[in-house]
Design a protein around this ligand. Structure first.
Ligand SMILES: *Cc1c(COP(=O)(O)O)cnc(C)c1O
Length: 460
């Protein structure tokens, strides 16, 4: 009875009010008993200093990157103003998915796809663009693979009045002309990578004429372009500590929405590419767990084709293929790892957030892999009942949440499951087409390929 009443009062979408938009980001590192290992300078093997990092990143970005101490970092008012354009984002009670699965579990998802970039990435793009602008700088450079990050950054730069130079992996540039045009509409200059515009690009083109490029190569070009242009800084869409910090807004809003209805989650699930969306979603919950105030299961979901947590090694590695950026201690498949052409482009990164890596190493969070055919089956089922066409990346979390709910059907447990729906999949129709035609294949990773890549890890 009590439960029925509670269910009735629970709306389908829980919206926070505008004034409930968080005023500060939460820095989970402050509550970690074992801090993530420091970034190392690839030339010296010593921890990087803020002076070294400031050549690449803006000053506030560097401060946030190195801050293991302060739990709360105020969100500047201009960033909150921009957040108000598309936040607070709804926490949806997935009633129709529950019915479909005939499960006693309750399922909620935090929907981050309600902006033109189509993903959570705008949360950090806004913050990074603002801090670069506030420092009086002129512009930023970045790389983009599938295009979500480049789009988000273009939007943020348009809003704050910054120049934006995007190096887009050449195959994506050619295959996803609409993504490119969205970025150009927002004022970004988009260059297919590798290009003739950088030294590293010319070198790669000379060595591999006609190559379609890779994310690692685009990162190297973007980083070179930033340090060689006066007034420019380089920005990154995931993996870094500062990105996870900005993404904590997802978890803070989620917790506030659940608290409104007295709901305590049992399991929190998110897909993991570089780890920033999952890290942001779980941040306040993981903090409570680390402080011994509550207990939650937290699950990272990754593709079988790029299993950083579940088959990678916890070691120092390069963050980029060009080996320009600092080394991070993280779960990694090796910076020379070339993932199979998995459709979830945002999950094809060889490494993982150092924060999440430490938490996984310390058994605070769990991880599992899923195959892309079962991921797209989950995406289809979800789209049909919940009305949103999910991004392939997000659908990894949907798959795991559905599996968890189906397990509850077997055991009769009435778990509360929360997952992150990071974005929409309108630019991924080629992938959906392959799935609908029955042409999609799973892309398992062989031990040989993995071992060869891990053997090339640097020794630090
Ligand atoms: C980039 C992206 C991801 C991966 O996010 P990380 O924070 O790097 O783990 C997931 N979903 C969507 C829609 C994305 O665009």
């Amino acid at each position: 009875m009590q439960q029925d009443r509670e269910m009735k009062e629970l709306p389908y979408k829980i919206f926070l009010e505008e004034k409930e938009l968080p005023c500060a980001w939460y820095n989970l590192r402050a509550d970690m008993p074992v801090k993530p290992a420091p970034l190392l300078n690839p030339a010296t093997g010593e921890p990087v200093t803020s002076q070294e990092l400031e050549k690449v990143f803006c000053s506030e970005g560097v401060r946030q990157e190195l801050d293991d101490e302060h739990p709360w970092i105020p969100i500047p008012e201009p960033v909150r103003d921009f957040y108000r354009v598309y936040r607070p984002s709804p926490l949806v009670h997935a009633e129709f998915l529950e019915k479909l699965l005939d499960t006693p579990a309750r399922i909620f998802y935090k929907f981050e796809g309600n902006n033109t970039s189509g993903s959570h990435k705008l949360n950090s793009a806004a913050a990074q663009a603002y801090f670069v602008k506030a420092q009086g700088l002129k512009g930023v450079t970045t790389e983009t693979g599938a295009g979500q990050w480049g789009t988000a950054l273009s939007m943020a730069c348009a809003f704050f009045g910054l120049e934006c130079k995007v190096y887009m992996v050449k195959v994506s540039y050619e295959q996803k002309p609409f993504r490119r045009e969205v970025m150009r509409t927002y004022g970004a200059e988009v260059t297919p990578s590798p290009s003739e515009t950088t030294q590293v690009g010319r070198k790669i083109l000379a060595e591999f004429p006609g190559t379609g490029g890779s994310l690692g190569c685009a990162i190297s070009e973007a980083a070179e372009a930033a340090v060689t242009r006066p007034g420019y800084r380089y920005v990154l869409g995931s993996a870094l500590n500062q990105v996870m910090l900005h993404q904590s807004i997802i978890g803070l809003e989620t917790k506030a929405a659940l608290d409104k209805y007295g709901i305590t989650p049992d399991v929190i699930i998110g897909c993991a590419g570089g780890g920033s969306n999952l890290g942001g979603l779980i941040a306040p919950f993981a903090g409570a767990k680390l402080r011994g105030e509550a207990d939650y299961r937290m699950i990272a979901v990754e593709p079988v084709s790029c299993p950083s947590f579940t088959r990678g090694r916890f070691a120092y590695d390069y963050c980029d293929t060009g080996r320009i950026c600092p080394l991070a201690k993280m779960y990694t498949l090796g910076s020379s790892f070339m993932p199979a052409p998995e459709h979830a482009g945002g999950l094809r990164y060889h490494g993982m957030s150092p924060v999440l890596s430490q938490l996984y190493h310390d058994h605070v969070i769990e991880a599992r892999t899923v195959r892309q055919t079962e991921v797209f089956a989950a995406a289809r089922d979800f789209a049909r009942v919940e009305g949103i066409l999910p991004a392939p990346e997000s659908s990894h979390a949907i798959r795991a949440a559905m599996d968890e709910a189906l397990e509850c059907r077997k055991t009769g447990r009435r778990e509360t499951i929360v997952f992150g729906l990071t974005g929409t999949g309108y630019f991924d129709m080629k992938a959906y087409e392959r799935f609908n035609n029955g042409e999609m294949q799973d892309l398992p990773l062989s031990d040989e390929v993995l071992t060869e890549s891990l053997n090339r890890l640097p020794r630090f």
